[in-house]
Design a protein around this ligand. Structure first.
Ligand SMILES: Cc1cc2nc3c(=O)[nH]c(=O)nc-3n(C[C@H](O)[C@H](O)[C@H](O)COP(=O)(O)O)c2cc1C
Length: 231
């Protein structure tokens, strides 16, 4: 039997010590229950340059980037994956530049022609198909509005959003997020099994705090911040 290939990238410089990785590992745990074949990278450990905009991958060496770095192994892995799971903290209301660099370099997968696709002009893909995309993002403020830009940038991705992700560092917070974490694991299991997610499950993948909870989170943060600030 052929198992689904799940390719995972963590775009947090805090790697396994951060909150984003908790979401990634929870999703992976679920995906493994469905037998997924998992390959995972922390992007900061990879040598990846941004795109130089030379267009050689269109006109000179079609489908191949002229740069010699770790994208030489990552690009074939992307072309081979069924699902790509990206994890990113929100930095300045956006994804981190680590993820941006990697995504820019997938430009090699586009053909130079322009075509109309559902009323919008696009470049057709050069590969069999781009993997299904799941985007897990964490942020520090308790409001989901911090994910608005990312949601607009990647409308094709299944969103998993956790605001005030620092709650994961506390036992009580983890308990409060147990429904969400169970949903992330179940999403991993279902996606690895090639199943569609119900609206109910999708809704659980985006945490919305009540106003009361937001106030509590802000107070907790400000107390901690005051106790840590030196001078
Ligand atoms: C440079 C920087 C910019 C940030 N910008 C935002 C922001 O715009 N909105 C927000 O809610 N949190 C912001 N944060 C908080 C992080 O998104 C949050 O701490 C996240 O959980 C970190 O993920 P990690 O633990 O996986 O590294 C920022 C943090 C840093 C270091």
């Amino acid at each position: 039997m052929q198992y689904m290939k799940l390719l995972v990238f963590n775009a947090s410089p805090r790697k396994s010590n951060g909150t984003t990785d908790v979401l990634l590992e929870t999703f992976i745990e679920g995906a493994r229950l469905s037998g997924a074949d998992v390959e995972k990278y922390h992007i900061v450990d990879l040598d990846i340059n941004g795109c130089r905009g030379c267009f050689n991958c269109w006109w000179v060496t079609p489908g191949k980037c002229v740069q010699k770095d770790d994208m030489e192994k990552i690009l074939p892995a992307i072309a081979d994956a069924d699902v790509m799971l990206f994890g990113t903290p929100i930095y300045g209301r956006n994804v981190t530049h680590y993820l941006q660099k990697l995504l820019e370099r997938t430009f090699v997968f586009t053909l130079p022609e322009m075509v109309n696709h559902d009323g919008e002009t696009r470049h057709p893909g050069r590969i069999r198909r781009f993997p299904r995309m799941v985007l897990a993002a964490t942020c520090g403020f308790p409001d989901t509005s911090n994910f608005d830009i990312v949601r607009a940038l990647y409308p094709m991705a299944l969103p998993i959003f956790l605001p005030a992700a620092q709650l994961l560092f506390y036992e009580r917070g983890k308990k409060q997020l147990s429904d969400f974490l169970n949903a992330v694991k179940l999403a991993g299991e279902k996606i690895a099994a090639g199943e569609e997610l119900t609206k109910e499950l999708k809704d659980k993948l985006i945490v919305e705090f009540s106003d009361e909870m937001k106030r509590e989170i802000v107070e907790m943060h400000n107390r901690l911040s005051a106790s840590r600030t030196q001078n």
